[in-house]
Design a protein around this ligand. Structure first.
Ligand code: SF4
Ligand code: SF4
Length: 443
């Protein structure tokens, strides 16, 4: 079997272990699947058990371990109807929202999110790509090159019959509004900060095309703490960089690799000089630290991954080291409005919520609460897909929406683009990125 990702980091996994039960075919990919020790911990509803698809109604066939068992059977040729495309396996993998919960919480760190990318690549090779998968994966390029698309999204959101037609033709749920990109690119003003710490701020597709105010806020905050900011990917319309996340989410590994290579070449010289590479959208920035390691792009990957940090991680580290000082306005000190914080699954998977907490603790008098919830359900494009809309909503209804309903007066902070979209769609309330909250309250 040809694998599309580089699974060599699993080469020695389970070797010599009589119980590892490594499938006969699949090479290093099979070893990545076989790291599951079949403890079935992921099939209990204990607090902290990770998988959002399992948590919905405790269906054991939608747990991480069940996916592993089906994949092993497929690789061993034990499934009816041709292995990877057997309906039980297709359904189980389809409902994995790639939250990376298992990567962190499974006792043997099964990385189902990465396994799903390989699985989708295998499926694409045998069944081809749907038009919807093509559209979602090519979104960064479409937004940059096809300005009519921006108008079309706005019209679709205001004309229910077009949304219904799009559902029939493309499988995009008519029940959910689509996030609307801004029409014109934002101009960013970068100040010279004499003697300032050089940092790179990566303008990901979602901030650049949908929420440029987050980029502006991040620039202002970073400059306020004395950073000399270089903005990558948003100053010149022709200079476009993308992490490749949307391609990876649809199993288009070769296209993701091309995007990754271009971005790595741009970022590597800064990383070589020890300059932090800051990102705002967790799913984009963390791709540089995680999935890039499986793209076989060599030394540049580790160099860049070693300097890639989330905005909140950068601030938290600077605060801890006494290098960064934020000063707060009188308004911040007087603020009585509670702040509810929803973590993106990938932030939680790398422990970045500790950094969120550390930064929020700096704001005098702010009353913040971290919401105890699993995935919001949107998970990239998952919640926009007609067949997944209700499942995605049910995921949000498990804990996130009740927590927000209980505090109708609260400000909401969510650093993930799709989390903000889900919150706004389901509650009608806006959600801010941490950078916007800090800008609102700083002196
Ligand atoms: S996926 Fe992880 S938690 Fe679930 S059975 Fe396998 S090892 Fe245990
Ligand atoms: S990535 Fe998330 S949804 Fe997928 S199996 Fe792991 S915990 Fe479940």
């Amino acid at each position: 079997m040809k694998s599309y990702l580089d699974w060599s980091e699993y080469r020695d996994a389970g070797m010599g272990d009589a119980y590892a039960d490594i499938p006969k075919i699949g090479g290093d990919f099979a070893k990545a699947v076989a790291v599951c020790i079949n403890s079935r911990r992921c099939e209990s509803l204990a607090k902290g058990v990770m998988c959002p698809s399992f948590r919905l109604d405790a269906n054991p066939s939608l747990s991480t371990g069940a996916r592993v068992r089906l994949l092993k059977a497929a690789l061993n040729g034990e499934l009816r109807n041709g292995g990877m495309i057997t309906s039980e396996l297709v359904e189980a993998m389809d409902l994995c929202v790639s939250c990376k919960g298992c990567q962190r919480e499974c006792e043997n760190n099964v990385d189902m999110s990465r396994i799903k990318i390989e699985y989708l690549a295998q499926l694409n090779a045998s069944k081809g790509l749907s038009l919807r998968a093509r559209l979602f994966s090519e979104l960064p390029e479409l937004l940059a090159k096809r300005h009519w698309l921006i108008k079309l999204i706005a019209i679709r959101n205001r004309r229910p019959w077009i949304a219904t037609l799009a559902e029939r033709l493309l499988g995009i749920s008519a029940k959910s509004p689509l996030p609307e990109p801004v029409e014109a690119p934002r101009q960013y003003t970068l100040r010279e900060i004499e003697g300032g710490q050089p940092v790179v701020l990566f303008a990901d597709t979602f901030c650049k095309h949908y929420s440029p105010d987050i980029l502006t806020a991040a620039v202002e905050v970073l400059q306020a703490v004395g950073c000399q900011v270089s903005l990558i990917g948003a100053l010149d319309e022709k200079e476009r960089y993308c992490c490749g996340r949307t391609y990876l989410s649809q199993g288009r590994i070769e296209e993701a690799r091309q995007q990754a290579e271009k971005l790595l070449k741009k970022l590597a010289p800064y990383a070589q000089r020890g300059i932090p590479l800051i990102g705002l959208e967790p799913s984009c920035l963390l791709t540089l630290r995680d999935e890039y390691r499986a793209l076989g792009l060599g030394m540049m990957t580790d160099l860049v991954a070693g300097k890639a940090v989330l905005f909140e991680e950068f601030l938290a580290k600077g605060i801890k080291g006494g290098r960064l000082n934020l000063s707060w306005s009188e308004q911040a000190i007087a603020v009585q409005q509670p702040v509810m914080v929803h973590g993106h699954c990938h932030q939680k998977a790398v422990g970045a919520m500790k950094s969120m907490r550390k930064v929020l603790k700096q704001i005098p008098g702010v009353n913040f609460e971290m919401i105890e919830a699993s995935c919001c359900g949107m998970a990239g494009s998952f919640g926009l897909e007609a067949e997944h809309y209700e499942t995605a909503k049910a995921m949000a209804e498990q804990a996130l929406l009740p927590a927000l309903d209980a505090r109708p007066e609260a400000l909401i902070v969510a650093n993930g683009f799709s989390c903000r979209h889900q919150i706004e769609t389901q509650t009608g309330r806006p959600a801010l990125h941490l950078a916007q909250l800090i800008r609102l309250l700083m002196a």
